[in-house]
Design a protein around this ligand. Structure first.
Ligand SMILES: Cc1cc2nc3c(=O)[nH]c(=O)nc-3n(C[C@H](O)[C@H](O)[C@H](O)COP(=O)(O)OP(=O)(O)OC[C@H]3O[C@@H](n4cnc5c(N)ncnc54)[C@H](O)[C@@H]3O)c2cc1C
Length: 442
């Protein structure tokens, strides 16, 4: 997996290969001062500005035809404060670098998503999340933010500041790149801990019947359902007193590289070439993974390499609606002529207090549908989206969806709070792009 989106002939492309853009110029500032100067220059030239991370979003949220700000020189740890148990990092720092640096210091984030290639600013700006009963998204772990706004000023905010700073903090943790360019983020950290992961195949009917219990009994519960089958693979991560029992190198290579990436890639190629084989292959691949238990430090349990390229849609629905939504999705796949070779991923998050978080004020369950890169995904995603939106679903800001400001203002009670703040901070829409015009309105 490349860590940054490619940029041949000045063209910027995302990881999924479904979005590209041709910015007028690209800059990689090495300091907040250089970044501020780049923002001012763009404004003087009448150009829009967009900071990008590693291009892991499937929507055109990071695309710009103006000035593209690259993250690679704004990286590193600014400081660790053991009294407040926080770490402050430069916005362009890749999550994997943050995780490794924290582990060396005997520290960790509480929760994370399933990969760690993204930059911290890119990940939080779209609400990147993992799964958790009590612990929320990466943005929910933010304690402070620093950002450069459209007029070139540097603002800081936290939950403890003035009313204005608190309002900014509520919105800017998941800012969609619309409020300013984040330059540094302060995260809550904890002493490094161990997680025991239990991965276990389970029939879908049983997972759905016991979902509330599986969720309640585990700190981090998630599962993958293999369409065209009644099979899932469940994963339960819980804190553990140890001892550390990592996945052995050979077993790890076999499960995580050979089966989950190598064989999986070949299966995807076969399914794309001959779609009729997909249900049969799905039945075989759903049986390929066996139960296993291991204990390791958090990022080694939460994240794994994803080398098979895909395109993804993900919606958050009220957690109480998960079982019904998933049953409808299964019925839809069974009745359609669709051939879906990628598992459906299900995770949860507790309600949080971030204005445009998919879990804002609502206990949530996430349902993610994927298609192998290069396979037509529109029919599947359109049918899935119809089901998700009937349950007041909120789309992941960084994953394919077709929602606009009118719909989003109905499913986000605090939508107007965000757009009012944007009107104040960026009245001339320096940070505008087509995606933001669609989801936030002009
Ligand atoms: C293989 C894969 C696995 C994934 N797994 C998960 C997962 O487990 N959970 C999940 O929720 N999502 C997941 N995603 C989605 C991904 O985490 C998000 O799309 C994330 O936003 C990508 O981060 P990035 O660094 O690539 O940012 P980009 O996609 O490059 O940018 C995303 C947004 O952040 C903004 N941005 C970037 N830097 C700044 C800055 N300094 N200031 C202001 N705005 C900024 C951009 O303008 C844009 O709006 C996955 C994606 C892929 C491809």
């Amino acid at each position: 997996m490349s860590s940054t989106a490619s940029g041949k002939n000045g063209t910027w492309r995302n990881w999924g290969g479904n979005v590209s853009a041709r910015p007028v110029r690209q800059v990689a500032p090495a300091s907040v001062e250089e970044l501020t100067a780049a923002v001012r220059r763009a404004r003087e030239d009448g150009l829009k500005v967009k900071a990008v991370g590693t291009g892991h979003s499937f929507t055109s949220i990071a695309a710009t035809d103006g000035v593209l700000i690259r993250p690679q020189l704004l990286t590193g740890i600014r400081g660790i404060d053991r009294e407040s148990m926080t770490v402050t990092v430069e916005a362009g720092t890749p999550l994997k670098r943050l995780n490794a640096a924290l582990a060396r210091e005997g520290l960790s984030l509480a929760n994370m998503g399933d990969i760690m290639e993204q930059t911290v600013s890119g990940a939080v700006s779209t609400g990147t999340h993992g799964t958790g009963r009590e612990s929320g998204s990466i943005a929910a772990q933010i304690r402070g933010l620093e950002l450069v706004t459209a007029d070139g000023s540097v603002l800081t905010c936290s939950a403890e500041g003035t009313e204005e700073e608190r309002a900014l903090f509520a919105a800017a943790r998941i800012g969609l790149g619309a409020l300013g360019i984040v330059t540094a983020i302060t995260f809550a950290v904890e002493p490094l801990f161990l997680l025991t992961a239990r991965e276990e195949p389970m029939p879908l009917d049983r997972v759905l019947a016991e979902f509330d219990q599986l969720w309640a009994e585990n700190e981090h519960f998630e599962f993958y359902w293999f369409p065209h089958t009644d099979s899932t693979n469940t994963k339960r991560n819980n804190r553990s007193a140890g001892p550390e029992r990592p996945v052995g190198r050979l077993a790890g290579w076999f499960e995580d590289e050979f089966l989950s990436n190598g064989v999986f890639q070949a299966v995807q190629w076969a399914g794309r070439a001959v779609p009729a084989t997909v249900p049969g292959i799905a039945r075989i691949s759903s049986r390929a993974l066996s139960a296993r238990t291991y204990t390791d430090i958090p990022f080694k349990v939460f994240t794994s390499p994803r080398r098979v390229r895909f395109v993804e849609m993900e919606y958050a629905v009220p957690r109480a609606a998960l079982v019904e939504t998933l049953r409808e999705l299964r019925t839809m796949v069974d009745r359609s002529g669709l051939r879906v070779s990628f598992p459906v991923e299900v995770r949860t998050a507790p309600a949080d207090d971030i204005t445009l978080s998919t879990a804002s004020g609502r206990d949530s369950a996430y349902i993610a549908v994927h298609m192998f890169r290069g396979t037509p995904y529109q029919a599947y995603f359109t049918a899935a989206e119809r089901i998700f939106t009937a349950h007041e679903g909120r789309p992941h800001w960084g994953k394919v969806h077709t929602r606009d400001a009118e719909y989003l203002s109905r499913v986000y009670p605090r939508f107007g709070e965000f757009t009012a703040l944007r009107d104040r901070l960026d009245p001339e829409r320096l940070f505008q792009n087509d995606y933001l015009r669609r989801v936030l309105g002009a």
